[in-house]
Design a protein around this ligand. Structure first.
Ligand SMILES: NC(=O)c1ccc[n+]([C@@H]2O[C@H](COP(=O)([O-])OP(=O)(O)OC[C@H]3O[C@@H](n4cnc5c(N)ncnc54)[C@H](O)[C@@H]3O)[C@@H](O)[C@H]2O)c1
Length: 385
């Protein structure tokens, strides 16, 4: 194979965004040959450009027109369409979250494992942002043992119009969660990619605190890692202007990422060792304050897409293997589950228990969702976090 013939299912905000750089020829050795959406008007511009269009994704999968598929529909369909594509022999990339809940994510990953010759990738584009690559390097090389992580990410402000823009949004049935599973999923991917999965968590989530929705739009969570490190994760879609501050403390110093600045307060000595050996009670390690420069990735989604194509054609290692999408789904689920149970939950969580709880929430939902046409041309403004 010398070229990937790509299909995309779901031509909403993100699906359309992917088609933009693909049709502009930004991805080498890849042609967008087909698209699918159940909403017919979304297909019209593509038919006019000679791209095959399908209202039924199954037909696209079986059409012979594609050998790889990007799934960019609402979350619950990620599992079903992902499994269908893998079983049909297609290389498959799934938008985040890879599934709406952990049990589904495990089903999807199990099918991917049955097809080891096909590439199975996730769209976790923050993994190529230089700021997070720097943090990952500093954690591995300079920060010492992880002690504490605080992430306040409350600048995910969303209006009622946003929630009204899709019947699936912010419903138990359509999405399976709120700010954790949707807006924060990238931060949760980063959190476990940088620091590893915590060992236990206690979530405090408020459902529909700021909006007329049934799922969580405000969360404050406590995390604990196996080595005793602790963390706090705070998020909301109801605060403006909001904050995005990531603070990671290791025994060798403190990293802070905020307002597009990454700083490193580097301890002259390991603080735990210093504490054990100092003879004075009030002394501290000397500290050097460093500013760590970084660029922003030009088009991180396109970088992941090129990596997907290169993995298919050349066997290049994936930046975000699909099965690594399990970690963020589990975190999003467990923080909410812990809050609903009002107790600390150990990880790995029981995916079947959360699925049963979610099904109860779905069955008990009485909300009628009003869907209205809204402007979404400002959608990409939320990419840089
Ligand atoms: N990686 C990122 O930066 C990023 C950004 C935004 C959204 N996302 C993810 O992408 C997914 C879609 O989000 P969105 O904001 O684009 O949603 P959206 O509602 O704007 O678009 C979803 C599209 O899927 C179509 N669709 C629904 N069911 C379908 C089916 N059975 N077959 C074909 N098409 C179908 C809808 O008609 C709609 O056009 C979500 O899972 C979301 O979490 C990822």
């Amino acid at each position: 194979m010398s070229k990937v013939r790509l299909g995309i299912v779901g031509l909403g905000n993100i699906g359309k965004f992917h088609t933009g750089y693909l049709l502009a020829g930004k991805i080498a050795r890849c042609e967008l040959t087909a698209v699918s959406d159940t909403h017919a008007p979304n297909l019209e511009p593509f038919a006019a450009q000679g791209v095959a269009t399908f209202s039924d994704c199954t037909e696209m999968i079986r059409s012979g027109k594609i050998n790889a598929l990007v799934v960019a529909t609402p979350h619950f369909l990620h599992t079903t369409l992902g499994i269908e594509a893998l079983r049909a022999g297609l290389h498959t990339m799934i938008e985040k979250p890879i599934s709406a809940h952990k049990a589904d994510a495990e089903r999807l990953c199990a099918v991917a494992r049955e097809h080891p010759g096909q590439v199975f990738a996730g769209m976790f584009q923050m993994r190529v942002e230089p700021r997070y690559l720097e943090i990952r390097r500093l954690l591995a090389e300079e920060l010492g043992r992880l002690v504490r992580v605080n992430w306040i990410i409350t600048d995910w402000f969303r209006t009622e119009a946003y929630y009204a823009s899709g019947g699936w949004r912010a419903t138990w049935k359509g999405e399976g969660g709120g700010v954790l599973l949707n807006q924060c999923l990238h931060q949760l991917d980063m959190l476990q990619w940088l620091c590893g999965q915590p060992a236990r968590v206690r979530g405090f989530c408020q459902l529909g605190q700021f909006h007329d929705i049934e799922v969580e739009d405000s969360v404050s969570c406590h995390l604990e890692w196996a080595n005793g490190a602790t963390g706090v994760f705070v998020s909301s879609t109801g605060e403006a202007p909001g904050t995005n501050r990531l603070e990671i403390i290791g025994t060798r110093g403190k990293l802070v990422l905020e307002n597009d600045r990454l700083t490193f307060a580097r301890n002259g000595a390991d603080m735990a060792e210093f504490s054990r050996t100092a003879t004075s009670g009030f002394t501290k390690p000397e500290v050097t304050h460093l500013e760590i420069p970084f660029e922003s990735a030009a088009n991180p989604h396109a970088t992941l897409m090129q990596n997907f194509v290169d993995a298919i054609l050349d066997g290049t290692p994936l930046i975000a293997p699909g099965h690594e999408g399990l970690g963020s789904v589990e975190l999003a689920n467990v923080l909410l589950y812990s809050s609903l149970l009002q107790q600390t939950v150990e990880l790995p969580m029981d995916g079947a228990a959360w699925e049963a709880k979610l099904n109860e929430l779905i069955a008990g939902s009485t909300r009628e969702k009003k869907v209205v046409k809204v402007q979404t041309d400002d959608f990409t403004a939320s990419f840089r976090k």
